[in-house]
Design a protein around this ligand. Structure first.
Ligand SMILES: NC(=O)c1ccc[n+]([C@@H]2O[C@H](COP(=O)([O-])OP(=O)(O)OC[C@H]3O[C@@H](n4cnc5c(N)ncnc54)[C@H](OP(=O)(O)O)[C@@H]3O)[C@@H](O)[C@H]2O)c1
Length: 248
């Protein structure tokens, strides 16, 4: 049985609580939150000094608060992890053993997730702790990857482009169609196919559209249709990058 405490009640903390709560071989000890007062699944504490014994403490607070929170922990020589894609483990105070448990997924409290296919990027200062992180990942049914900081930073960058940027483009498309009294739902089969396609085709092969065909008339028309100057710039730069890549 691995005893785990979760520190932080944002998007990741909320999902990790659910994940650990439903995993055999894991005892969820406590959940630290500075705002939440009660959760029926687990004991909530509002003071870091009230955290009790656990084998692993997982800090899932905003990146800039990881150091501060780790400094305020009142115990030593325990395994303390963070969940950030772009923070080295040495952001954690060295009075404890340090490591990383970075789930490569997008988490929002309001959206349920299938946890079983989330890749967990693990790293630890001490080799023995890595074994514990592997066991922990197995117990929650997730695949683990031993990833160093340089690799994790790159994965994080790729994740931002893949998820955050793509989602921003979805919201831009939504604004455009809704401005013409159209329902965003009409685009959803296309969105689904765009994502499904990369399971069959390399994204380099899956590229289509006016820039891929170097159809300058359509590209000019589209840029005229966009009123916002940043949207025009965005259309232009992505189109130019596609043209350059495919050598048209
Ligand atoms: N969201 C994702 O998709 C995702 C995916 C992978 C990894 N991560 C990483 O996971 C970590 C948490 O992200 P998140 O999305 O869960 O963030 P979030 O939703 O913004 O939540 C951050 C949490 O940190 C707490 N917090 C911030 N400063 C604190 C402090 N000084 N003392 C105590 N608590 C503090 C906040 O408490 P209050 O609620 O009281 O303000 C909040 O509960 C980050 O390192 C992030 O990079 C996020």
């Amino acid at each position: 049985m691995i005893k785990v405490s979760v520190i932080g009640s944002g998007n990741v903390g909320f999902h990790l609580i659910k994940l650990f709560h439903n995993s055999k071989g894991i005892e969820l000890c406590e959940w630290y939150s500075r705002t939440l007062n009660f959760d029926k699944r687990i004991k909530v504490v509002n003071e870091l000094s009230n955290l009790n014994q656990a084998d692993v403490y997982i800090i899932c607070v905003s990146d800039e608060s990881i150091s501060k929170v780790s400094n305020e922990l009142t115990f030593n020589e325990k395994l303390v992890l963070h969940t950030s894609g772009s923070t080295p483990f040495d952001a954690i105070n060295k009075k404890n053993r340090r490591g990383v448990f970075y789930p490569l997924q997008t988490f929002s409290k309001s959206k349920d997730l299938n946890y079983s296919n989330i890749p967990i990027c693990i790293e630890s200062e001490d080799k023995n702790d890595l074994e514990l992180l592997k066991i922990l990942s197995n117990k929650v049914g997730c695949k683990f990857y031993e990833i160093n900081f340089e690799q994790r930073k790159t994965l994080h960058l790729a994740a931002i482009i893949t998820n955050n940027f793509t989602n921003f483009l979805f919201s831009l498309s939504k604004e455009l169609v809704e401005a013409k009294d159209l329902d965003f739902d009409i685009l959803k089969p296309l969105i689904k196919e765009t994502v499904n396609k990369i399971h069959k085709l390399d994204p380099n092969e899956a590229q289509t559209g006016p820039a891929r065909r170097n159809d300058s008339n359509i590209m000019k028309t589209h840029q005229k249709m966009l009123i916002d100057k940043n949207q025009k710039k965005l259309y232009k730069i992505i189109s130019e990058m596609i043209i350059e890549k495919y050598g048209n």
